[in-house]
Design a protein around this ligand. Structure first.
Ligand code: FAD
Length: 289
């Protein structure tokens, strides 16, 4: 006989937070990672070691709104909802369109992608270059943490058991003026897990680089980003000189350390990651998007 699972589904966020404070539970948003993680053999219900708390229906976690130039995205917005939302920047929509297939996009959430902390999470390279901040809520109040501090390694995040990721904040994103790209390399264009992910961001003042950011996914335990390397490009003019491009590519060559696994080889991943960077840096023109 199947084991019983204790499950909670409260009407309100404050009730949910109280429960999480009283008992260590597994949070389920869309469940598209949790159910795979705990799956049993065919026909047998998943074995989840703790009580579960559903949060996907909580309206407080599903709002998308603008606060000055910052964009706030509710952690439980599904991918399909975000694709329909006029506030969501087009590069993030491009990344979402590469995730799984519509059925998963109807369930999977942005908050789930972050809290699952897979090195191949497709939204993560973009969220790193957008300098995303995360608003975590508990009965004790709110705290805000940078995504790069929150994600510690594969499936490891800095979240207390009584906290819910409530919002993803993209600072100054509505200011515009930046050219942002997202590239995913997988076995096919959609419904494939990334072998390599890349996000690039550049903001120019005339031809001069005012701000530039890069993040690579699936080539290390967390996203690879280096502000020290990015700084080397500030003040340079585009198109970049071949020597500048070579210097940046060589610097990333030293810190990108992928592994061989069932999806790809370390050599392929590194070659592709550096090619994507070289291509981005070699562009003759960057249009704000
Ligand atoms: C067939 C299939 C294909 C997939 N393809 C892709 C793909 O192409 N690209 C990709 O990136 N991912 C893919 N995924 C993985 C998955 O769909 C995404 O990571 C999705 O964003 C997870 O969101 P969720 O709401 O379903 O998370 P859940 O499974 O509900 O939760 C994931 C983890 O985050 C925690 N959590 C969720 N929300 C919160 C919150 N608000 N606060 C605190 N903790 C929270 C949960 O406790 C759990 O640990 C795929 C999954 C499947 C099953």
């Amino acid at each position: 006989m199947a084991e019983k699972i204790i499950a909670y589904r409260f009407d309100r966020l404050d009730q949910t937070l109280s429960q999480l404070n009283n008992e260590n539970c597994v949070i389920i948003a869309g469940g598209t990672d949790v159910m795979v993680l705990h799956k049993s053999r065919r026909g047998v219900p998943p074995k989840i070691p703790k009580p579960i708390v559903f949060i996907d229906h909580l309206s407080e976690l599903k709002r998308v709104y603008q606060n000055d130039k910052d964009l706030h995205i509710g952690a439980c917005c599904t991918y399909s909802e975000l694709l329909e939302d006029p506030f969501i920047p087009s590069p993030l929509k491009d990344a979402i369109k590469t995730i799984a297939a519509p059925a998963i996009r109807n369930r999977g959430t942005l908050g789930g992608n972050i809290c699952n902390a897979s090195p191949a999470g497709d939204t993560l390279p973009l969220l790193y270059i957008y300098n995303a901040k995360l608003l975590l809520r508990s009965v004790k109040g709110d705290r805000i943490v940078a995504i790069s501090d929150f994600i510690q390694g594969p499936r490891r995040v800095q979240r207390d058991h009584n906290e819910i990721l409530a919002e993803i904040i993209l600072p100054s994103i509505l200011e515009g003026g930046s050219h942002v790209v997202f590239e995913k390399v997988g076995n096919r264009n959609a419904d494939a897990i990334a072998k390599v992910g890349f996000a690039g961001y550049i903001r120019l003042n005339g031809a001069r680089i005012d701000d530039v950011r890069f993040a690579f996914g699936a080539v290390g335990p967390t996203m690879v980003r280096s502000m020290d390397i990015e700084k080397k490009l500030l003040g340079k003019t585009v198109p970049l000189a071949a020597a500048d491009i070579a210097q940046i590519v060589a610097a990333f060559d030293k810190i990108i350390k992928p592994i061989d696994d069932q999806r790809s080889t370390a050599l392929y991943r590194k070659t592709v990651a550096l090619n994507l960077l070289r291509y981005f840096l070699s562009m003759k023109q960057y249009q704000p998007n």
